[in-house]
Design a protein around this ligand. Structure first.
Ligand code: MSP
Length: 513
C-alpha cells in the first residue's frame, strides 16, 4: 500500500509582499515533499495565508482598504509566489475560507466542552507584529518604547476582557510528549529550548480579543474574535476537511508527518498547538522542524529592518533553481545563515555551472559528436565502471536516511560529491582518446557516465527540479514518474531515440552582473 505523507509550511501573513524568509520556509518544505514523491509516497503538501488578526486589520487600514479585499490582493501574491518558487503544493489554504471557519469553530467548541476555556480579563504586553502575548520578563526598554527580547518588535499594553485557554494544566502532558519522542521537535537544540520553557511552568493563554473585529467571532459571544494563532494553527486540519473526521483526507493525512516552521514561531507550534490538540482529543503531528533565520548583514531579514533581499528579483535575474539551490546549500538547516550576492554568484558558478551543468553539457555534446547522438546502451561494464556506479547506489539508503532526518546539507554535499567524481571519471577515462582504437571502450565509458548523470539528476531533482527535468528529458526519460528506484535501473535509456537538444543549464555569472 502506498504510504501517505503530509507536510506543511507555515501559513504566511499577507501583510506585505513575500520576502526571502517566506521563500526559504517554502523551498525547504517543497524539497522534502518532492523527495517523498520520489520515494513513491502519496504526498500532501500544504501552504497558504494567515489572514485574520490585528496586524492585518491595521495594515489594511493603512492602505485604506477593507481587510478582506486587502487579503484577497496580497494572498494572491503569495499564491503566485508558489508558482515562481516552483512549489509542488497540492493545496493553498486561506484562513478566510469557509472550510477553515468551520474547523476553527469546531475546535473552539471542543475546548469549551473539555472545560479548557474560561472568561476573565487580560492585562499584559502584546506585540501586534508577532501577534503574541509576552510576559514582563520577556520584554525590555528601547528608548521610549518597550520591545520583545525575543523578536525585537514593539509591544503595547493591553487590558481587555478575554477568554483563556487553561494552558497551565497541560505542562506535564506536554513534557511527556517531548520525552516520549525525542524527534517530536527538531533540531534537538530547539527541543531543549521548548522543554526549558515548559518546565518553567506555563501560564494560561489569552485566546480571544475584543479591541478589533477582524477575525472569527467566538461562538455565543460575538464581541470577541478568536486569537489569531488558535485560528491559524487550525489550518493544518481545516485543509483535511476537519471536523469531518471520516473524510478520506483526514483519515489519510492526519496526524501530519511534519510541520516545517521558522524558529520564531516554535512556541506556537511546539507548545500551544499540541496543547490545543490534546484538549480537543486529536492526535498530535509527528514532527515539528524548526529552521533558523536567513540573515542579511547578520540581521534577520524583515520589513521593519528594511534589509530585504527580494527573492523575486533574484529569480528574475538568475533563475529559480539557482535560488533554491543557493538557499539550502548555503544555510545549514536548523541554524541561522547569512546570504549575500557574492556567495550566490560563487555558488551558481562553482556548483551549478562548473560542476553539474558542465558535466551534463560536455557528456551530451560528446555523445552528439561521437555516438550518433544516442546513448550507447547495454554495454558490458568493466569492474572500474561498476565500482564507480556502485559508490552512489550503495549510498542510497544513507541518502534516504539523511532526508528523512531533515539532514539536507549532508545530503546535498554527498550528491554534489558524486557530481564532482563523475567529472573526474569522465576526465580520467578519456573517451576522446580511446574512440579511434577502442570504440567499444568509448561506448562503455559513455554508457557509465550517462547512467551516473541520470542518477545524480534524480537525486538533485527535489532541489533543482527545472534543470534536472531538462537533463532527464534530454535523455528521453519520462518526466512524470521519476522515482528513486530508477537509480538502480540500468535499462532505462531508450535505445532508438536521439538525445534532445539541451540549452545551457546554468549561465555563469560574471563579476559585474
Ligand atoms: N502567520 C504566521 C504563521 C502561522 S502558521 C500556523 C507567521 N507568518 S510570517 O509570514 O510572519 O512568517 C512565516 C514564516 O516565514 C515563518 O516560518 C518565519 O520563520 C519565516 N521567516 C520570516 N522571516 C524569516 C527570515 N528572515 N528567515 C527565515 N525565515 C523567516 O509567522
Amino acid at each position: 500500500m502506498t504510504k501517505n505523507f503530509y507536510i506543511t509550511t507555515p501559513i504566511y501573513y499577507p501583510s506585505g509582499k513575500p520576502h526571502m524568509g517566506h521563500a526559504y520556509s517554502s523551498i525547504v518544505a517543497d524539497i522534502f515533499a518532492r523527495f517523498k514523491r520520489l520515494q513513491g509516497e502519496n504526498v500532501l503538501f500544504l501552504t497558504g495565508t494567515d489572514e485574520h488578526g490585528q496586524k492585518i486589520q491595521k495594515e489594511a487600514k493603512k492602505n485604506n482598504m477593507d481587510p478582506k479585499n486587502f487579503c484577497d490582493e496580497i494572498s494572491e501574491t503569495f499564491r503566485s509566489l508558489t508558482k515562481k518558487l516552483n512549489l509542488s503544493n497540492n493545496d493553498f489554504i486561506r484562513t478566510t475560507e469557509k472550510r477553515h471557519y468551520k474547523s476553527v469553530i469546531e475546535i473552539w467548541n471542543r475546548l469549551v466542552k473539555s472545560g479548557d476555556i474560561y472568561l476573565d480579563k487580560y492585562s499584559g504586553w502584546y506585540s501586534v507584529s508577532d501577534e503574541a502575548f509576552y510576559d514582563e520578563d520577556e520584554i525590555e526598554n528601547k528608548g521610549d518604547t518597550k520591545i520583545s527580547k525575543l523578536s525585537g518588535s514593539t509591544v503595547e499594553w493591553v487590558e481587555e476582557e478575554s477568554y483563556f485557554f487553561k494552558l497551565s494544566t497541560w505542562s506535564d502532558k506536554l513534557l511527556n510528549v517531548y520525552k516520549k519522542d525525542q524527534n517530536f521537535i527538531l533540531p534537538s537544540s530547539r527541543r531543549n529550548e521548548v522543554i526549558k520553557f515548559v518546565e518553567k511552568g506555563l501560564k494560561d493563554l489569552s485566546i480571544s480579543r475584543t479591541s478589533f473585529t477582524w477575525g472569527i467571532p467566538v461562538p455565543g459571544n460575538e464581541k470577541h474574535v478568536i486569537y489569531v494563532w488558535l485560528d491559524a494553527l487550525t489550518n493544518y486540519i481545516s485543509a483535511l476537511n476537519f471536523p469531518d473526521e471520516k473524510d478520506k483526507k483526514f483519515i489519510n493525512f492526519w496526524p501530519a508527518d511534519i510541520h516545517i516552521i521558522g524558529k520564531d514561531i516554535l512556541r506556537f507550534h511546539a507548545v500551544f498547538w499540541p496543547a490545543f490538540l490534546l484538549a480537543a482529543k486529536l492526535p498530535l503531528p509527528k514532527r515539528i522542524f524548526s529552521h533558523g533565520w536567513i540573515l542579511s548583514d547578520d540581521k534577520k531579514m524583515s520589513k521593519s529592518l528594511g534589509n530585504i533581499l527580494d527573492p523575486l528579483e533574484i529569480i528574475d535575474k538568475y533563475g529559480i533553481d539557482q535560488l533554491r539551490y543557493y538557499l539550502v546549500k548555503e544555510v545549514s538547516l536548523g541554524n541561522d545563515g547569512s546570504i549575500s550576492m557574492i556567495n550566490l554568484k560563487n555558488c551558481i558558478n562553482n556548483d551549478l555551472a562548473n560542476n553539474y551543468g558542465n558535466l551534463c553539457q560536455r557528456v551530451f555534446s560528446f555523445i552528439k559528436k561521437n555516438c550518433n547522438n544516442k546513448i550507447p546502451i547495454n554495454q558490458k561494464l568493466k569492474i572500474e565502471d561498476q565500482q564507480f556506479l556502485k559508490s552512489l547506489k550503495e549510498k542510497l539508503p544513507n541518502l534516504i536516511d539523511l532526508m528523512n532526518n531533515q539532514n539536507l546539507n549532508e545530503y546535498i554535499k554527498m550528491v554534489v560529491g558524486f557530481s564532482f567524481e563523475a567529472n573526474k571519471y569522465f576526465n580520467d577515462s578519456e573517451p576522446w582518446s580511446v574512440k579511434k582504437n577502442d570504440p567499444i571502450r568509448m561506448n562503455e565509458i559513455i554508457f557509465t557516465i550517462s547512467d551516473q548523470i541520470k542518477n545524480i539528476s534524480i537525486l538533485l531533482n527535489p532541489i533543482i527540479p527545472d534543470a534536472t527535468k531538462k537533463v532527464l528529458n534530454t535523455m528521453n526519460i519520462s518526466l512524470d514518474n521519476i522515482k528513486l528506484d530508477m537509480v538502480n535501473n540500468l535499462e532505462i535509456f531508450n535505445q532508438n531515440k536521439e538525445l534532445k537538444d539541451l540549452n545551457i543549464l546554468f549561465t555563469k555569472i560574471e563579476d559585474d552582473n
